[in-house]
Design a protein around this ligand. Structure first.
Ligand code: 6GU
Length: 269
């Protein structure tokens, strides 16, 4: 199982750094992840390569025009994963495209608009999206996209939280990272094991305190239970610390987690 992302953006260079580091880099080297960046501007044919315009009815801000987005998405998604417009063809030698005839798009490729108006991302949505082998991500600019993109092209809209970004690019990177780390083989054993029931968002608890060497740092010692060698005691202590931390910081998560009678007894103390 591998996953391919087609990302449609006015700012493709924003992705270069993040995709070239750490886990995302390794996932691409292992053939488990591929990303094709598509510059929406390359799909314009007018002299000034205009991708936005003023809103009908007046008001501030600029709105992303529908034609370059439809042309980019329909051109790419009617071709095999990995296809990219040859750079020398940008603007000047685009494949034929009829602005009035909807292209037959594959039904099994979600077309996701990144927008603060979308459903707020959580681990359940990440898991749901991780089961697709190809995803199209459209990075909206904050001021907005023409509504016809929503009504005729997009199949899903995602927000990464209740705050405002200047565009969907950073949100798209968040989505790529969160989805990719669920693809089998992307994480090493140690990282993968952690993510079962113990991680936030998966309906789990927040992790309690963790330590590594040195034993003493600036007068603060590692709790001796962790050096005791009693695996049962260590596991129980970690569970209690996770319960305490979750109660203190994210009591909302406690409602969603399966608590044993021992857990409940501990929290009542
Ligand atoms: Cl997906 N886009 C923008 N522009 N702002 C956001 C967001 C997305 N998610 C949270 N804020």
């Amino acid at each position: 199982h591998s996953i391919h992302f087609d990302i449609f953006t006015l700012f493709p260079s924003m992705f270069c750094g993040p995709l070239s580091e750490s886990i995302l880099k390794r996932a691409q080297e292992k053939g488990l992840l591929s990303v094709a960046l598509h510059d929406i501007r390359a799909y314009t044919t007018d002299r000034h390569h205009i991708c936005d315009d003023t809103p009908y009815g007046g008001g501030g801000g600029m709105i992303m025009k529908p034609e370059p987005i439809f042309r980019a998405v329909e051109t790419v998604l009617t071709r095999p994963p990995g296809w990219q417009l040859p750079p020398e063809d940008a603007f000047v030698n685009l494949p034929p495209w009829d602005p009035e005839a909807p292209a037959p798009l594959p039904a099994d490729v979600p077309i996701i608009l990144l927008t603060p108006q979308g459903r707020r991302l959580n681990q359940a949505i990440v898991t749901e999206l991780s089961h697709f082998s190809r995803l199209a991500l459209i990075c909206g600019r904050y001021e907005g996209v023409d509504e016809r993109v929503r009504t005729q092209l997009v199949s899903d809209e995602i927000s990464i939280g209740d705050y405002v970004l200047s565009g969907g690019e950073l949100a798209a990177m968040v989505l790529v990272d969160a989805i990719t780390r669920l693809v089998p083989g992307v994480l090493g054993y140690a990282e993968g094991a952690q993510q079962d029931s113990y991680s936030p968002g998966l309906g789990g608890l927040l992790e309690g305190p963790q330590y590594t060497r040195p034993y003493t740092f600036r007068g603060e010692q590692v709790p001796d239970i962790l050096l005791s060698g009693h695996h049962g005691h260590v596991a129980r202590w970690r569970r209690e610390q996770a319960l305490l931390r979750t109660l203190q910081r994210r009591p909302d998560l406690l409602q969603m987690v399966n608590l044993s009678e021992e857990d409940r007894a501990f929290l009542r103390r």
